[in-house]
Design a protein around this ligand. Structure first.
Ligand code: B12
Length: 466
């Protein structure tokens, strides 16, 4: 019997660490003693472990992941007994390798023998849902199956890491089998989260949807008096639905909540397909959408505002709720969150983050709220994003005491090119460690800067804003 420690670095994680949960199932089957912890834990560090597994997720959390690996270095006989895997480790293994000695497992564990002579294909294991009960951290949604039917994607969007992570699109595993095995070991669950990258591209999707229904997840189904739901969490491909309207009909047989599409860029065909697929889904009785909207990639602020307007228009036209879920692009090569694409500037990105802070990341489907949050015109949109954080976050308060009106007056006196210079200056100052000194030397824009850095000082940081 071996003593096994599974560690999820203490970054924010919505979903449970499924990779570790699968590893747990395997080790428990082997009769090993399995422990799970989040982050750096002194008690666990002081113990001797035969093996430690450390997961990784987003690349911008790799610095914290490396710190965690270093923390547990003395808790194993050899640093090679620390196994590190998951998405971050697959995308940027060298970042880890250059800083700390450990065994890095890149990619999916679909073959036997990867973790030792008799190790099984971990990807096929049922996650150990009991594992996460041992920590005082809430993963959401609770009481859900976390499933994958396919791997990879038929598209190769330049902004997406999936082509690197899962090279070929294909069938992964039988959902009925996954659910049955989970039920046998952990009991039935109320909800289903399906994490496929692009499930609708499956040729036999009709049969797979039938599988979901056969597991009791039919439109309107209840369990213990409560609605059962299915969430295709990564969104479904509007372009495929527009091309094959039967897909909307099939989806209409499932209890989808929320229903997620993506509107990631502006092009004539994308806009047409997006509108068409929403209409097709509305015909199936769906009235509430949460749609991913990528920004800070190749798009411009104008494109972004245009997409917000289309959502507002669809709300009004069809009497539905289309909430936008903006997703800020961060290249898969980045280990920090600060990336600013050439078409954007730091202030605008920060402005969007501030607007979204109050709404848990969602853009309200109601036109009047959308207008209040992001402005009634492109010009107003850009003006709102240019404002100091405090004026965006506490708009009513600063409007009331006149501070934001004072700012607006000064800002509107700038020419278009001066505004560009000013926004660039704000980005530079944000990154400047000796900001206070730098501000002292600035003459132009002096009064306006006072709103952002009163007396050269930074107002208290706004959590969540990069
Ligand atoms: C589910 C998911 C989410 C969930 C949350 C996940 C979580 N745990 O909290 C939600 C929907 C909230 C989400 C949000 C976002 N996500 Co996301 N998400 C995913 C998705 C679909 C799956 C990740 C996952 O949980 N996999 C579960 C594990 C079991 O699967 P696996 O990694 O395949 O596991 C295998 C191996 O990796 C390995 N393994 C796994 N763990 C371990 C551990 C050890 C020790 C070992 C040895 C092996 C091992 O073995 C497993 C079996 O083979 C991936 C895309 C993908 N296809 O992977 C994107 C992905 C990770 N997300 C991504 C992004 C960009 C985002 C967002 C930033 C989107 C946005 N712009 O707002 C947000 C960020 C949220 C935040 N906190 O800041 C990018 C990350 C790129 C990057 N630079 O890191 C990805 C890769 C998607 C993409 N299209 O590019 N996401």
């Amino acid at each position: 019997m071996s003593n096994i420690l599974l560690v999820e670095p203490d970054y924010g994680s919505k979903f449970p660490p499924l990779g570790l949960m699968k590893l747990s199932s395997w080790h428990k089957q082997c009769g090993d003693q399995v422990n799970f912890v989040r982050g750096c834990d002194r008690e666990k560090k002081n113990f001797h472990w035969h093996r430690i597994y450390i997961s990784s997720l987003f690349t911008w959390e790799l610095p914290r992941t490396v710190k965690t690996i270093k923390y547990y270095q003395q808790s194993v006989l050899s640093s090679k007994d620390i196994f590190v895997g998951g998405i971050g480790a697959t995308l940027l293994p060298d970042y880890i390798r250059e800083q700390v000695d450990c065994t890095i497992i890149e990619g999916q564990i679909e073959q036997p023998g990867i973790l030792g002579p008799n190790s099984p294909p971990i990807a096929e294991m049922v996650p150990d849902y009991d594992l996460i009960q041992s920590v005082d951290y809430s993963y959401t949604p609770e009481n859900a199956y976390f499933l994958r039917i396919t791997k990879g994607c038929v598209r190769s969007c330049k902004f997406c890491a999936v082509p690197q992570l899962e090279k070929e699109f294909g069938y992964l595993s039988d959902i009925k089998d996954q659910v049955k095995r989970t039920n046998n070991e952990f009991g039935e669950k109320q909800h289903m989260v399906i994490m496929d990258n692009n499930v609708l591209a499956l040729k036999d999707i009709e049969d797979r949807i039938k599988d979901i229904r056969s597991l009791g997840f039919e439109r309107g189904a209840k369990r213990n008096g409560r609605m059962m739901t299915v969430d295709f969490n990564q969104g479904i491909d509007a372009r495929l639905i527009a091309k094959k309207p039967i897909l909307a009909k099939l989806l209409g047989t499932l209890p989808l909540k929320p229903i997620r599409l993506a509107f990631d860029f502006v092009s004539k065909s994308m806009e047409r397909d997006y509108r068409t697929s929403i209409k097709l889904l509305v015909d199936q009785g769906f009235g509430s959408f949460t749609n991913y909207m990528l920004y800070n990639f190749k798009d411009t602020p104008t494109d972004f505002y245009y997409r917000l307007r289309i959502n507002a228009e669809l709300n009004n036209q069809l009497g539905i709720r289309v909430s936008g879920f903006p997703m800020r692009y961060i290249p898969p090569t980045e280990t920090q969150r600060g990336y600013v694409s050439p078409n954007w500037n730091w202030r605008y990105l920060r402005g969007i983050q501030c607007v979204l802070q109050a709404t848990h990341g969602l853009v309200s489907p109601r036109t009047e709220f959308m207008h209040a949050a992001f402005g009634e015109s492109q010009e107003e949109f850009e003006e709102i994003l240019s404002m100091p954080d405090r004026y965006i976050l506490f708009r009513e308060h600063f409007k009331h005491n006149g501070a934001s009106d004072g700012w607006r007056k000064q800002f509107r006196m700038l020419s278009r090119s001066e505004r560009g210079d000013f926004l660039t200056l704000l980005g530079t100052l944000h990154a400047d460690r000796k900001r206070k000194d730098a501000i002292k030397g600035i003459k132009k824009f002096r009064d306006l800067l006072e709103h952002y850095y009163p007396g050269g000082n930074s107002p208290p940081a706004i959590t969540g804003a990069p």
